[in-house]
Ligand binder design. Sequence first.
Ligand SMILES: [Zn+2]
Length: 87
Amino acid sequence: MSAGAYLLIRCDHRPPGGEQCDRERGWPVYVHNHTELRRNLKTQGWRRTRKGEDLCPDHAGRPAADEEPEQTAAPTDAQSSHGPPLP
Ligand SMILES: [Zn+2]
């Protein structure tokens, strides 16, 4: 048996002039990396912004100008395009 690191994601939300949220979250079962951890936590409302910040469910719902929607590869006007899907 080998010892493994217990991965955690910490909320990066910081209100203007306030203190950073100190909420953090792990996963009860082993995950290989933070990407897998984030994918799991996404089911609990956690979100990762374009800037690379992790937000807890309490703060993930707050829109910010520098965040992009989840489905960037699915244009809403896809039916009017006859070309191949965009990468
Ligand atoms: Zn938070």
